[in-house]
Design a protein around this ligand. Structure first.
Ligand code: GTP
Ligand code: MG
Length: 182
């Protein structure tokens, strides 16, 4: 029989926060994911930014991802609860070419876990994105696997906003988790 999708579909709205140090590629990842574009020029984010991605998840479900993008130069702990409020998943981004940005991942995680929880009180699902994977780097942070296990991180990915590497995969992983928690 003929099925009119729009009438049948349930619509899920999820807020995801994308955090991490300045210049790691948060805005670029979101731009790649939502616009299919990448630019080599660095336009620093001031305050916070916002983008929407709609996924026709399955025959019955449409998912609207509300991607919140912060200014990485904000100091840890200075983000207000408003930024995190009602977030159901997070990506913490670091820059493979700048090891100090990996050191910050734990601080971002602590800030996040302190400021937002699922309605039932459980921590929100988190992925770590090791970005700029298109640039040749000699060493990956060796502790990342252990760090993920110890800190209840869903998964980590080497990503590239430039080459469109693993961004869809990471967002799908988070969306799956958000749907399960829904
Ligand atoms: P803030 O807004 O200051 O927090 O920075 P951000 O995390 O949003 O970084 P942004 O996306 O603005 O990227 C910073 C710089 O890194 C820009 O020059 C981008 O072109 C570059 N960049 C981002 N992602 C990639 C990537 O995957 N590969 C390469 N080679 N460069 C990237
Ligand atoms: Mg930005």
């Amino acid at each position: 029989s003929l099925r009119i999708n729009n009438l049948h579909k349930r619509e899920l709205n999820f807020k995801f926060v994308i955090i991490g140090d300045f210049g790691v590629g948060k805005t670029s990842i979101i731009g790649r994911y939502t616009e299919g574009q990448f630019s080599t020029s660095y336009k620093i984010t001031i305050g916070a930014d916002f983008a929407l991605k709609t996924l026709e998840w399955d025959e019955d479900t449409r998912v609207n991802l509300h991607l919140w993008d912060i200014a990485g130069h904000e100091r840890f702990g200075s983000l207000t609860g408003v930024f995190y409020r009602h977030a159901v998943a997070a990506a913490i981004v670091f820059d493979l070419t700048r090891p100090e940005t990996y050191s910050s991942v734990e601080k971002w995680l602590i800030d996040l876990r302190r400021k937002v929880h699922l309605p039932g009180g459980l921590p929100i699902p988190v992925v770590i994105l090791a970005n700029k994977g298109d640039v040749t780097v000699t060493t990956l942070p060796s502790q990342i696997e252990d760090f993920c296990k110890a800190n209840n991180i869903l998964s980590w990915f080497i990503t590239s906003a430039k080459n469109n590497l693993n961004i869809d995969e990471a967002m799908i992983r988070l969306t799956n988790a958000a749907i399960q928690n829904h």
